[in-house]
Design a protein around this ligand. Structure first.
Ligand code: ATP
Ligand code: MG
Length: 435
């Protein structure tokens, strides 16, 4: 028990963290290109925020939250998603009075008590975006196009964009009546949760994951066919905008999304090749949410991408991540004098921004060189008493085998030059540069 992480959680180990760092870097770049700024909110919030902000007829609130009383008897919940916290922050810090739109992004862990399976965990990572203050379809198109750019930069090609509209309060209440009329005769066959939802929020039934509920709802009337004029126009605007950018999409009448607060545009990016956990991204417009959470009426739109699923899709598609080599130079040593010298030398190199390593284990020089190879060091030097006394040593390019005798006191300058030159050409690779 003690030596196993809790069910549904995973360590990201040093030998795979570079994949995450790579994706996080690409995310940050895309957000910068699109003018979205990072926001960091607490891992836990007052439970009520999620009850209101996610909606108390959702699976998340009804079944999946990590909720507990803290020592001050407050009900606290680990965030099951990112939007509610960002909305709370938008209100708390009066962002509504700043020039709109406010465009934010986050990279977070989220917590849901789920049925653990591949692509479905209890702690998982989400990259998400929220844009407040703009009600026209162009911001819908902008956030969707961001995802498109990110997927392209990551080399992902087997993902489809599905969009839908779930209307506004007005079209939804007319539609709910129609939907209830259709479902009523089959009510006994729905799962217990859906029976409860029938009166409070029948649209939720469309989103149920139970097979027999899906079977019943598959021919139900669709909200997208029952939109009011304004919502219909909005959807047409989104479609035209996507076509203008050359972004392909499908209309999927069954997308309802798992959160109560969505209005109008909803969308998903789905990979067909990885089975039921193929939904990599979910998003939509949430024009009522800021007000529901106690702020001024404010339109908003956002999405969240599950990073575990994004990685799954990339791996499934055979996208290779090259593990970065991080050791610029390894200083191997023979004897105590060399070891002291090397300790000072790597310290000075490191101060100058060079990734330098030396032996910390008392290994033989042969074992040190083997270790330097394993680290993927680009250069190495072997130091003994003689090298120190004569101030001369051989700098070796570990990739080409080329060796050059240099003055020891020029090592730092040489490495700085090599690194500066190669960083511009090839950021992750300083080897193959002439000594
Ligand atoms: P699903 O229908 O798969 O349960 P959801 O509608 O609950 O997804 P959202 O709340 O919209 O998902 O979250 C956005 C994205 O976060 C999902 O598309 C998915 O990529 C990811 N995600 C959601 N729940 C999990 C989880 N338990 N483990 C890993 N990733 C998840
Ligand atoms: Mg879910």
């Amino acid at each position: 028990m003690l030596t196993k992480s809790p069910k549904g959680t995973k360590d990201i180990l040093p030998n795979e963290v570079y994949k995450w760092q790579y994706i996080e870097k690409e995310i940050a770049k895309v957000c910068e290109n699109f003018g979205y700024r990072e926001i960091r909110t607490p891992i836990f919030e007052h439970t009520e925020l999620f009850q209101r902000g996610v909606g108390d007829t959702t699976d998340i609130v009804q079944k999946e939250m990590y909720t507990f009383l803290d020592k001050g008897k407050r009900s606290i919940t680990l965030r099951p998603e990112g939007t509610a916290g960002v909305v709370r922050s938008y209100i708390e810090h009066g962002m509504a009075s700043l020039p709109q739109p406010i465009k934010l992004y986050y990279n977070i862990t989220a917590y849901r008590y789920e049925n653990v399976q591949k692509g479905r965990y209890r702690e998982f990572h989400q990259f998400g975006v929220e844009a407040f203050g703009s009600e026209g379809p162009s911001i819908d198109v902008e956030v969707i196009s961001m995802i498109d750019v990110l997927l392209n930069r990551l080399g992902i090609s087997d993902i489809e964009l599905n969009i839908n509209s779930i209307g506004c309060k007005k079209c939804r209440s007319d539609y709910n009546a129609k939907l209830k009329e259709y479902i009523e005769p089959k009510l006994q066959n729905l799962c217990k949760t859906c029976v409860e939802r029938f009166d409070r929020n029948p649209l939720r039934i469309i989103d149920c994951k139970e097979e027999h509920c899906k079977e019943i709802t598959k021919d139900a009337p669709a909200l997208v066919d029952n939109l009011c004029e304004e919502c219909h126009e909005h959807l047409e605007g989104v479609k035209r905008g996507l076509e203008n950018l050359g972004i392909e999409y499908n209309i999927d009448k069954n997308i309802v999304r798992g959160l109560d607060y969505y209005t109008k545009t909803v969308f998903e990016f789905v990979s067909k090749n990885i089975g039921s956990q193929g939904t990599v991204c979910g998003g939509g417009r949430y024009d009522g949410l800021v007000e529901i959470c106690g702020g001024p009426p404010t339109p908003g739109i956002g999405f969240a991408i599950g990073l575990e699923r994004l990685l799954m899709v990339m791996e499934n598609q055979g996208i290779e991540f090259t593990a970065p080599r991080s050791t610029d130079i390894f200083i191997a040593t023979i004897g105590d004098k060399a070891q002291n010298y090397a300790q000072k030398l790597v310290y000075d190199l490191r101060k100058e921004g060079i990734n330098a390593e030396t032996d910390l284990m008392g290994k033989s020089v042969k074992a040190q060189m083997k270790y330097a190879n394993k680290l993927g060091a680009y250069y190495s030097i072997v130091l003994g008493d003689n090298e120190i006394d004569t101030n001369k040593a051989f700098l070796k390019n570990m990739d080409t085998g080329e060796e050059k005798e240099i003055s020891l006191d020029t090592v730092i300058d040489r490495l700085k030059n090599i690194k500066a030159e190669s960083v511009i050409k090839e950021p992750n690779k300083i080897g193959h540069t002439e000594i």
